[in-house]
Design a protein around this ligand. Structure first.
Ligand SMILES: Cc1ncc(C[n+]2csc(CCOP(=O)(O)OP(=O)(O)O)c2C)c(N)n1
Ligand SMILES: [Mg+2]
Length: 543
């Protein structure tokens, strides 16, 4: 049993669990962890400039790598700063281990004004994590990390947290490492599989609604194979975008604010197999349909919509079981490429009629970037159109904000994605408002050679809020317009490349050029008018 400091035990435990990357920002309570990373070749430490970015980057890394990252922050303000990224990861079922400091263990809960003390830090973090725990003895650190990672790798992946006071990190003890484990995927019960197979085999118009859970489980192949076996169409939620190659003949694309294909296909289905989705309102089936909900999180089943059959299981595992149960069975599915393609065509016609500028930009960008490009869709009005208008050719190529809608996440999250996939192009679509939340991370990007491309739509406004005022508030513009810096000069000040184009039509070529150069991070400033978001326009009928 080696003798270690708490900091060394923590780093050894992270290594034992296979964690390769830490996004962190130092401070007095966690310096023993930093010290344990001195000359540690197996873990990359990426120092950020704000704790919010530690969790945004960890989220981007997790979603693209499928691996578990750690974020490392000081207590109190560090943890609170990390909160928006933690909440975003929680909303997107993205796994990460947040390691946070604490005040000295003798001061916890006493309110004596210890540096960075906030009351009940664990209670604050608990609302944004699947599991969190405090460690008060060096010997218990490996087991706590092991327990945290077990929660990340079983059931629904969501962030977890371990907090360790500085005196524990600094004291020494004989420490035994916990062994990393392989966790079996949760299987569906045989009666559930049999029942689902019967319902799907009898379906004339079976529809698979794939959510983010399909991506987290790595079940894209299984979804595609099942659709082919059943003659089913596949639509995805926004979070599930890319769960099937959106160019596949049975892909109906994304169900999004009435613009995508969901509204065309979903009401026509007789049996809906919803996989890894919350079945949020745009994705809700109509009455008379049989709904099967397969979800890793039992608490989601039946929450927003009554279902005929709920199956708690891992998506990849259960879809494999379903494929076996259907093998050799007669199926009645009649959907075909004409249905999916027809719906995609109708969606495109609607956008061309009412949102031609947005559609044109998305089509131009799609044509300009390689297939393997990872798109990080920020909370800017233009990026909201990626859902219906930017086809994604398979999993691991698209990151969106999910129900948290966290302004400012796009650029920092794209940096984490690029750390996970350094050889692939990563393009963030950001507004001028959102980009400035985390533009300081250009320093991190340049320091660590994280060469992403960021498109900044400059409308000199919190555009979607301004758009809201133009519509709902009779054009009374108040508090939504702002003055911008020169984004080219800003990028250059950090040692990044700044590019200014004349308008939206010139942006795709600039993105392609930046991807080709790939030597420093690039920021492309694109002047625009206020752009209507998908939820701000009503899709036209019958175009
Ligand atoms: C953390 C956070 N604060 C505020 C909002 C509300 N909000 C949503 S979009 C938006 C405006 C975004 O402005 P910008 O990034 O410039 O994009 P644009 O809408 O102009 O395209 C705001 C303020 C939010 N979603 N998240
Ligand atoms: Mg703006």
């Amino acid at each position: 049993m080696p003798t270690m400091t708490g900091g060394q035990a923590l780093v050894a435990a992270l290594k034992a669990e296979g964690i390769e990357v830490i996004f962190g920002l130092p401070g007095v309570q966690i310096m023993h962890i930093f010290d344990a990373l001195y000359n540690e070749p197996e873990i990359s430490l990426i120092t950020t400039r704000h704790e919010q970015t530690t969790t945004f980057m960890a989220d981007g890394y997790a979603r693209i790598s499928g691996k578990v990252p750690a974020a490392l922050v000081v207590p109190g303000p560090g943890v609170l700063n990390a909160g928006a990224g933690l909440a975003t990861a929680y909303a997107n079922s993205s796994p990460m281990l947040l390691v946070s400091g604490q005040v000295p263990s003798t001061d916890i809960g006493r309110d004596v004004g210890a540096l960075h003390d906030v009351h009940d830090q664990l209670d604050i973090v608990r609302t944004m994590t699947k599991w969190s725990g405090r460690v008060l003895r060096v010997e218990e650190i490996p087991e706590a990390v092991h327990e945290a990672v077990r929660h990340l790798k079983t059931g629904r992946p969501r962030p977890v947290e371990v907090e360790i006071p500085p005196d524990v990190l600094g004291s020494t003890a004989d420490v035994t490492m916990a062994e990393a484990e392989e966790y079996p995927r949760a299987a569906a019960s045989q009666p559930d599989v049999t029942r689902a197979a019967e319902l799907l085999a009898a379906a004339v118009r079976p529809l698979i609604l794939a959510g983010g859970g399909v991506l987290r489980s790595g079940a894209s192949q299984e979804v595609t194979a099942l659709a082919e076996a059943l003659n089913a169409v596949v639509i995805t939620s926004a979070g599930g975008k890319g769960a099937i190659d959106e160019r596949h003949p049975l892909s109906g694309g994304v169900s999004s604010f009435g613009w995508g294909t969901g509204g065309d296909l979903l009401p026509r289905a007789d049996v809906v197999l919803a996989v890894g989705t919350r079945l949020a309102p745009p994705q809700q089936a109509v009455s008379g349909q049989v709904v099967i909900n397969l979800n890793a999180d039992a608490s989601e089943i039946g929450k927003t919509l009554p279902v005929d059959l709920g199956i708690e299981a891992d998506a990849q595992q259960a879809l494999g079981q379903l494929a076996s149960a259907l093998r050799g069975k007669e199926t009645k599915g009649e959907w075909g490429p004409a249905d999916a393609g027809g719906a995609r065509g109708a969606s495109e016609r609607r956008m061309r009629a009412a949102a031609g500028t947005q559609l044109g930009f998305m089509q131009g960008l799609r044509a300009a970037v390689p297939e393997e490009t990872i798109i990080v869709s920020g909370v800017t009005t233009m990026a909201q159109w990626t859902g219906p208008a930017f086809p994604i050719p398979g999993p691991g190529r698209y990151v969106a904000h999910g129900y948290m809608g966290t302004l400012g996440y796009g650029f920092p999250t794209s940096l984490g994605a690029k750390v996970a996939a350094p050889d692939r192009p990563v393009v963030a679509l950001s507004g001028d408002g959102g980009f400035l939340y985390g533009a300081t991370e250009l320093a991190t990007a340049v320091q660590f050679g994280i060469n992403t491309v960021t498109v900044v739509f400059r409308d000199n406004a919190f555009g979607s809020s301004k758009y809201d005022q133009q519509g709902r508030f009779e054009g009374r513009i108040v508090g939504t317009e702002f003055r911008n810096p020169d984004f080219v000069a800003l990028a250059e000040a950090f040692g990044a490349r700044g590019v200014r184009v004349g308008g939206l039509d010139e942006a795709p070529a600039a993105v392609a050029a930046a991807i080709a150069e790939n030597d420093v991070p690039t920021v492309i400033e694109v002047p625009t008018e206020t752009i209507a978001p998908p939820y701000g326009l009503t899709p036209p009928d019958d175009v």
